[in-house]
Design a binder for this molecule. Structure first.
Ligand code: ASP
Length: 317
């Protein structure tokens, strides 16, 4: 049996201890631990890495603290549109959805695209119709609403600015209401040595409706290949798309022989920074190595493996 492991993230950005209360920090860590445990139990029970990353991401989508599923950010027109993707490194099958509304668990829809269609990516109305045909759970607008994110959007609504959810400064008086940051993602390696990745997001605050970020784009925000690595990214989507970020890590491993950690470090601290790409990523390889790398102030993250490693972290070490 190979070492099995799961790594998760809840978004990267300007996350500083000074802007955080102990209570809030505890809430984030509890939510991260719960999501990680959901994925890890799958792996311990002999489940696949695909099942594990899906379970972890669903748990994070259901938590209002993160910018994915419930608690997604608002677009310029006040809508909440979500993107998600999943990839199986054992056969390089993938599924993705973009700009969907009212779907409770976007990662479940991405998974259904992978398993029940001939396509890799569906968007907008077509994706909604596909969700309906396959009986995916939907929720009314109120389910996704959070007062804090609404206020974040209101502050930017009349500008042409967009913002990384995690990088909006919040006065500490409103922090108790919840500093709700973060696109979410998970990568895992299972007992059979197969790896997978999944990512889910509400995108950037005040984005143009219809805007698609890196999260649902295979090779940019998400990638998995048993030969190299499984990667899930978070950060300012546009540079991540232009850098073909997740696939670049895989290429550096495959063609240059870099380790997972070396490849992720080069992409995050060199290649992305050169094009103002703020954010980070999590990764795993088929031997059970894991890595969490970011160039922002912090990244909500955690990892657990069959050798006893079990940690949740927020700030730079
Ligand atoms: N990468 C996401 C996007 O650009 C945002 C994030 O990671 O928070 O849509």
């Amino acid at each position: 049996m190979s070492t099995y492991a799961i790594v998760i993230h809840g978004g990267a950005g300007t996350i500083l201890p000074a802007a955080m209360t102990n209570e809030l920090e505890r809430s984030y860590k509890t939510a991260l631990q719960e999501a990680m445990d959901a994925g890890f139990s799958c792996l311990s029970a002999g489940g696949t890495s695909v099942e594990a990353v899906k379970a972890a991401v669903i748990s994070l989508e259901d938590c209002i603290l993160f910018n994915a599923g419930r608690g997604a950010v608002f677009a310029k027109d006040g809508s909440q549109e979500m993107d998600a993707s999943i990839m199986d490194g054992s056969n390089r099958m993938a599924g993705a959805i973009a700009a969907v509304r009212n779907i409770r668990n976007p990662v479940e829809l991405a998974y259904t695209v992978m398993t029940h269609s001939q396509h890799v990516m569906l968007n907008g109305k077509g994706a909604q119709e596909f969700a309906k045909i396959h009986g995916l759970k939907t929720e009314p607008d109120e389910y996704f609403y959070s007062a804090f994110r609404h206020q974040q959007w209101k502050q930017m609504q009349d500008t042409d600015e967009t913002a990384l959810d995690h990088s909006v400064t919040i006065p500490s008086s409103t922090a108790t209401e919840g500093k709700k940051f973060g696109t979410v993602g998970a990568v895992a390696v299972d007992q059979y040595g197969n790896i997978a990745a999944a990512t889910s997001t509400g995108g950037m605050t005040n984005k143009q409706w219809g805007r698609v970020g890196d999260s649902p784009i295979i090779g940019a925000g998400t990638y998995a290949n048993n030969k190299t690595c499984a990667i899930s990214c978070t950060g300012h989507g546009e540079p991540f798309i232009r850098a073909v970020t997740a696939y670049d890590v895989s290429c550096l491993m495959e063609y240059k022989g870099l380790s997972l950690q070396e490849a992720m470090h080069l992409v995050v601290h060199d290649k992305l920074l050169k094009i103002d790409g703020e954010g980070g990523m999590i990764g795993v390889d088929a031997s059970g190595n894991t890595a969490m790398v970011f160039n922002s102030e912090g990244m909500y993250r955690g990892r657990r493996n069959s050798e006893g490693l079990n940690e949740t972290l927020i700030y730079k070490l």
